[in-house]
Design a protein around this ligand. Structure first.
Ligand code: UDP
Length: 269
């Protein structure tokens, strides 16, 4: 049973302009330095996805995190597709803290893997089918098998590894369309998956929801271990991943710069 404040936070969001809470359907995207985030929790995010499934074009969901603040603005194509995304989830604690500091907004993290699970659950309930594209062949296959064990009624209309050469892309697009999949999970890593969506969304005739899930199939297949629950609860999953894969430090070195930029923005606001 949710407490009254919890229920309020689930059904309302923080309005940047008026600096007060408004019902959730009056959504406002929050600018975080050079990118944006939608003030949604898991429940609001899945409500949005339910709406996308009723639409007639592919709606995309990408994760907003501090690293993207540096990679997205560098590339006009990426910037455009990211800006136009129908849903930008607060995937990392960095974005949640920045939203708190800049707007006083109380966001809760929506990790991409958790939203993917919610979407799979919704797909089984709504009898919608999924296509899973990305990662190495063995990882993709194992992840699909694990998903089917977890959601026995999940309709997997098709799957493909993420190493399809550009010359074979028309055949892959045809496979995705012919499969009739309503939902496409793109596991190509970032920014490859965002760029793939930018290039191929107009060719997708059946897909209504496309989520960029990065390396999530690796965690589902078990080739990359997700942080234990306590690390997740403390919002230091990123540290766990860094300790296990020190080469990621190259990507995460932007974090201190992100923190400084947010503090400067806060002072100048
Ligand atoms: N990948 C892919 N095709 C490529 C390059 C990468 O399918 O051409 C996959 C790779 O196998 C891995 C994922 O993309 O499963 C990248 O994971 P990473 O954790 O780097 O992505 P992030 O979640 O950080 O965006």
């Amino acid at each position: 049973m949710l407490s009254l404040p919890q229920r309020f936070l689930r059904s309302h969001h923080f309005d940047v302009t008026t600096k007060c809470y408004r019902p959730a359907d009056m959504k406002d995207r929050l600018p975080i330095l050079d990118i944006w985030v939608d003030p949604v929790d898991r429940e609001l995010a899945i409500d949005r996805v339910r709406g996308f499934l009723e639409g007639n074009k592919p709606c995309c969901i990408f994760a907003a995190n501090p690293e993207k603040n540096f990679s997205v603005p560098k590339d006009p194509l990426l910037y455009d597709v990211f800006k136009k995304a129908e849903l930008l989830i607060p995937d990392g604690i960095g974005i949640v803290l920045a939203a708190k500091l800049l707007y006083g907004a109380t966001l809760s993290r929506v990790p991409g893997v958790e939203l993917m699970m919610d979407i799979c659950h919704l797909a089984t309930e709504a009898k919608k089918s999924v296509f899973i594209y990305g990662s190495r062949e063995a990882v993709n296959k194992a992840a699909v098998e694990r998903l089917q064990l977890k959601y026995p009624n999940l309709i997997v209309a098709g799957r493909s590894n993420g190493y399809v050469p550009e010359s074979e892309m028309p055949q892959l697009i045809a496979r995705i369309n012919d499969s009739g999949a309503d939902i496409l999970f793109l596991a190509l890593g970032s920014p490859r998956q965002e760029k793939w969506f930018a290039a191929h969304a107009p060719e997708l005739t059946q897909v209504k929801v496309c989520q960029g899930i990065g390396g999530t199939l690796d965690t589902i297949a078990g080739t990359v271990k997700r942080a234990p629950a306590i690390w997740q609860k403390l919002s230091i999953e990123w540290l766990y991943r860094l300790l296990r894969e020190p080469k990621r430090v190259r990507r995460q070195k932007v974090l201190p710069v992100f923190v400084c930029k947010v503090l400067i923005e806060k002072i100048l606001k």
